[in-house]
Design a protein around this ligand. Structure first.
Ligand code: FAD
Ligand code: 8RB
Length: 470
């Protein structure tokens, strides 16, 4: 075993990606120290905060399988079979994400997932240092400066640094100050706010019409709910306790409606009464939620360089923060950890080579999911509005059924396979062009001759690579 020769690894950030990476490295014999700004969430006093959930898809799940943690996580997850679209007229319908219940996504609690990952990493031998925030790094002396919660600073040795400290990464700032990283931040211009639908038992029973059938949940529990409204939308993901976390996405500035034109809870409530009349009654603490929860901004982060030779590397959101609309930020970061842990295990002494190779492999994929996440906002918020889009979707489904080796919806490639994101992006573009040509402006998928379409598909595009477990 090569353990004794390996440099110890210093990880900044014990969030989702940091904790999972730490566990995998420790299992492979590396000595790992993690410095995390926040206090240990497993200590009493943390519970009782707002429940924030995330959608876990196949890529993230596969990384958890590699780490031996998938079963534990799924036990506390709520299955989401598709998107439940709630139109303005108050109707709703489920659009399945995949072909059957093997193609579903999972709603997991961020807090519970983070605690599970911390437990697993600690059990694998990782040393965590909570309440320790990176302030600065001296890459020549190979030392870092940390501040505790009182602001008291100290320095420690850090031979090899990995930054999993999120979108606002302090390690990234330190690296950039030492040698510019070519950082570009593209604000989306839209922002978000979280609201909560409590379990059905806490709502006046009269409000629960059709959906009152679910004893615990105010809405269908096994779906990701979307209220698309053109330029903006609300979504809701189920929590195990029967509540839902709702997120309103809206332009930050500009003409009504935007967060700027909804400065107070009265204005916001009137807006919801007009635009989300079926949703508002499910949020009994609307005024309190809206008034006290912050408005979050959304941007995409691009860097030219993710590493400083073999001394420091960025991973997860610290390297490639994206907008949320494909639900892939964590999934992509989890996929990163598997690639990095395996490269490091192969060449533990050549961190410069490993970090360069990691960026070479992952950056084109990070760029691709960044672009697809931006595109999925338009798709989600306009969801059912565009008949041409629906026709393309339907023709795609027909082709996927007739020629599954040649056609797979991009959403499914991203969400349910391990095909590289860059492949899904490219293949999706080619498939889309073909659908466009086949439909020639028609909004009726059934106007297309399917036999001819399948022939055209097979003549134009090579078969898909071996799927799902490739
Ligand atoms: P983070 O999870 O942000 O962790 C960074 C850690 O570093 C934190 O613990 C932080 O305290 C610590 N830290 C920060 N600064 C310092 C410092 N100076 N010193 C020491 N430690 C520091 N992704 C999905 O795949 N599906 C979803 O459905 C989804 N939903 C989301 C919902 C919300 C509300 C948000 C905000 C994001 C969502 N994402 C989702 C994205 C996902 O949360 C991120 O991509 C993922 O958390 C990235 O993990 P990370 O470890 O890189 O960063
Ligand atoms: N960050 C998600 C999808 C795709 C759903 C579909 C979309 C909230 C912040 Cl907006 C969103 C998806 O195309 O039908 N899968 O998973 C998660 C999403 O938002 C998460 C909960 C979120 N992310 C800041 C807020």
């Amino acid at each position: 075993m090569p353990q004794l020769m390996q440099s110890p690894i210093t990880l900044i950030g014990g969030g989702l990606v940091g904790a999972l990476l730490a566990q995998q490295l420790a299992r492979r014999g590396f000595t790992v120290d993690v410095y995390e700004k926040r206090p240990d969430p497993r200590q009493a006093g943390f519970l009782g905060g707002r429940s924030i959930n995330l959608a876990l898809a196949e890529r993230g799940l596969q990384a958890l399988r590699t780490a031996g943690l998938a079963e534990d996580v799924l036990q506390r997850a709520v299955m989401m079979r598709g998107r439940m679209v709630h139109t303005r007229d108050g109707r709703s319908g489920l659009q399945r994400y995949g072909v059957d219940d093997s193609e579903v996504i999972w709603s997991v609690s961020r807090g519970a997932l983070n605690m599970l990952l911390l437990d697993a990493a600690e059990a694998a031998g990782v040393r965590f240092h909570f309440g320790q925030s990176l302030v600065d790094a001296d890459f020549d002396a190979r030392r870092i400066r940390l501040a505790d919660e009182q602001g008291t600073e100290r320095s420690v040795d850090a031979h090899v640094l990995i930054g999993a400290d999120g979108a606002g990464s302090a390690l990234r700032s330190a690296m950039h100050a030492y040698a510019p990283l070519g950082e570009r931040v593209e604000p989306l211009g839209h922002a978000y706010k979280e609201l909560e639908i409590p379990p059905a038992g806490e709502l006046p029973i009269a409000l629960l019409g059709e959906s009152g059938g679910h004893d615990q949940f105010a809405l269908e529990p096994h779906a990701l709910h979307i209220w698309p409204r053109g330029g903006y939308m609300c979504i809701a993901l189920p929590n195990t306790e029967g509540s839902f976390t709702v997120t309103l996405f809206l332009p930050g500035q500009g003409a009504h409606p935007s967060f700027a034109t909804l400065p107070n809870t009265a204005a916001a409530e009137a807006f919801f009464r007009d635009d989300f009349p079926d949703l508002l009654p499910l949020i009994p603490n609307f005024a309190e939620d809206y008034g006290s929860h912050p408005v979050g901004t959304l941007s995409t982060l691009y860097l030219d360089r993710w590493h400083l030779d073999g001394r420091a590397l960025l991973i997860g959101d610290a390297a490639h923060a994206i907008v949320p609309f494909h639900g892939q930020g964590m999934n992509c970061g989890f996929e990163d950890t598997v690639v990095l842990a395996s490269l490091l295990a192969e060449a533990p002494e050549d961190t410069a080579g490993v970090f360069a190779e990691f960026q070479r492999i992952r950056q084109p994929n990070a760029d691709a999911i960044a672009a697809m996440a931006l595109e999925n906002y338009v798709e989600m918020r306009d969801s059912v509005a565009d008949p041409h889009y629906l026709a393309k979707r339907e023709l795609g489904a027909l082709l996927a059924e007739r020629a599954p080796d040649h056609f797979m919806a991009r959403y499914r490639m991203v969400t349910f396979t391990h095909l590289p994101y860059a492949y899904a992006f490219e293949r999706g573009r080619a498939q889309d062009q073909l659908l466009q040509q086949l439909l020639r402006g028609s909004s009726d998928a059934h106007s297309v001759n399917l036999d001819a379409a399948v022939s055209a598909l097979k003549a134009t595009l090579p078969p898909l690579p071996h799927l799902r477990h490739g």
